[in-house]
Design a protein. Sequence first.
Length: 214
Amino acid sequence: MEGLIGTKIGMTQLFTDQGQVVPVTALKAGPCIVVQVRTMERDGYEAIQIGAGTKRDKTVSKAYVKHCAPAGRTFASLVEFHTDKASEYAVGQEIKLGDLFKNGDVVDVTGTTKGHGFAGVVKRYSFAGQTATHGSHESFRGPGSVGACAYPGRIFKGKKMPGHMGAKRRTTQNLKVVRIDEEENLIFIKGAIPGGKNGEVIVRKAIKAKKHGD
């Protein structure tokens, strides 16, 4: 399923012809360059590898520079998309926003969620905390009891506990493309997507595409 590498700009709102307000996330996606074409004969599967952005050669390995050389420059990001149409692409070919998406399409967007560091259960899982009276002492935001004593004598896996919050790769599925600006390489997608501003995202055609009635 083909897609593009992009950057999250932020959220705004657009208006429909009927005057309804639509909350959207603006992404700058493409144009991307085909870096490698995977074939069934050579690799055992069909896919295309695309690159976006630019990196200085001295900041990456020589092997990486050599890998990107046929496409014309050293890329900041490489992403591979499995597709049955790999034979239609060539190394160095430019893929633009309008080549893959149009208004009304349904897409999946992958990004890295905002990192919050080490967080307690109140922030991480919205626990209510404990009472501030009736003998409670210096344990207002604690998780409370986490298990029994003698039996089973351990804490079950999956128990909601304090820990690292965010900074995880997440995909939001079945989002509607509200508008595309091909001149500025902007795509406006209804709703929120993972990550903060300037975060790298991957936009691909929805694999579980459902029809939107709105």
